[in-house]
Design a binder for this molecule. Structure first.
Ligand code: A3P
Length: 287
């Protein structure tokens, strides 16, 4: 089994064996962004793989060949990881590249490019619950001792890829940039077809109705859960222990209500209010 240690880069925790100083420096300072690149950026557990599936299906105009043939994490690899550099080179164009990096560590060469970024956010309470389960199953991450300890770390920003709050606030600095599009997991749940149409418009992709139908159908939770090229069962069990939970876990909004105590919810809300008070954008879950 691989090591479970974390290391800190620019104040942010990363996982040994997934990232290295070298891979992170390369991602920020050397990675050559191409004008037709499409970046799928998220804080982990916000719907990254859902967006990968949507973007790949749009790229192939609803054709499912690639979705059924190539594991999802190879179709749109995380360019900041140790293996990402080579995996990204193998992509055909336009490249759909995933990243969990905070804004201030993102590829410098993006600024002069015409590349596009889709940033997907999710209610942080559901991000936390999803992350809590995933951390048990993923053998390369430190296993949480308890939900409370995991929540303390999450609220203090002591999680892999750093603070959810800083991630969202950082990326939302780009919200007026024409190359940047933001969306929430909750909107995808509420109206997937409408979201697909908005994403197509942002990408300048015109698809026939039948192709849109295919994108919507084949990026549904049910289809992805049953597709071994989307449900992560192709990951060896010494990396992801499938007996401890499936990657396509529940796929719903509001599961946090099944886990938070009233007191935990109040503390979470307090930290949220304090952290997000300067973000002048109402997010889906804000009242
Ligand atoms: P849950 O653990 O709450 O079920 P990421 O891809 O960023 O790691 O996020 C994983 C989360 O997205 C998991 O949430 C997973 O079930 C959910 N997810 C993945 N594909 C989905 C889909 N097609 N529809 C709804 N949720 C999906």
């Amino acid at each position: 089994m691989m090591g479970k240690e974390n290391f800190v880069h620019k104040g942010t925790p990363f996982a040994v064996n997934v990232h290295s100083e070298e891979s992170l420096n390369y991602a920020e300072n050397e990675f050559p962004v191409l004008d037709d690149d499409i970046f799928n950026v998220t804080y982990p557990k916000s719907g990254t793989n859902w967006m990968i599936e949507i973007l790949n299906l749009i790229k192939y105009k609803g054709d499912t060949t690639m979705s059924n043939r190539v594991p999802i994490y190879e179709r749109s690899p995380w360019y900041e990881t140790i293996f990402g550099k080579e995996q990204v080179k193998a992509l055909n164009h336009p490249r759909i590249i995933s990243s969990h990096l905070p804004y201030h560590m993102f590829a410098k060469s993006f600024s002069k490019s015409k590349a596009k970024i889709i940033y997907t956010m999710r209610n942080p309470k559901d991000v936390f619950v999803s992350n809590y389960h995933f951390a048990h199953a993923l053998q390369i991450f430190k296993e949480p001792k308890s939900l409370q300890e995991h929540m303390d770390n999450f609220l203090q920003g002591n999680s892999l890829y750093g603070s959810w709050f800083d991630h969202v606030k950082g990326w939302m600095q780009m919200k007026e940039d024409r190359r940047f599009f933001y969306i929430t997991y909750e909107e995808l749940q509420q109206d997937l077809r409408g979201c697909v149409l908005r994403i197509c418009k942002f990408l300048g992709q015109e698809l026939e109705d039948e192709a849109i139908d295919s994108v919507v159908k084949n990026s549904s939770f049910k289809v992805m859960k049953d597709n071994k090229m989307a449900n992560w069962t192709t990951i060896p069990s010494d990396v992801l222990d499938h007996s401890k939970g499936s990657f396509m876990r529940k796929g719903v909004c509001g599961d946090w209500k099944n886990y938070f105590t009233v007191a935990q919810n109040e503390i979470f809300d307090d930290v949220y209010q304090e952290q997000m008070k300067d973000l002048n954008t109402k997010l889906f879950w804000d009242e």
